[in-house]
Structure formats: structure tokens, C-alpha cells
Write a protein of this length. Sequence first.
Length: 79
Amino acid sequence: VIFLHLDLGIGGAEQLVVNVAKAAQETLSHEVFIVTSHHDVSHCFEDTKPDGKLGSRIFVYGDWMPRHLFGGRFTALFA
């Protein structure tokens, strides 16, 4: 199972993705991956840190791109 999420930080949507991914992995024995464009290990849930339950299952692509331009505009474009 592959989960796609734009910014894997700390928030409600991120908590939902983490909980569902853990449930799919632990309860249903699925192989789980999370693909995101940004994951800051100093600002994330414990399970998504490198030594957490999902730490080795997180793949970051596009983190080099700016998150927004011109004072917070175009955020959706760079997502």
C-alpha cells in the first residue's frame, strides 16, 4: 500500500495517514510505503522518525523545491 501525502509534519491529516499506515502494516500485514514531498525529522510524529515503526518506509521526493513563493502564494503549485 502506498500513501501519498504532501507534507508529513505534525497535524490532523498527517496523524490520520500515520495511523492508517500503521494499522495496515500491523493489523493487515500489508507492506506500507509513504511518499511525501517534505518530511522534517525534527518536526514529525515519533513513528515517522528514522527509528520509528514507519521510519524506513518513508520516501521523500521533491524536497528541493520551494514550498511557496511571494509571501506564501503558489503553495498548491509546488505541492
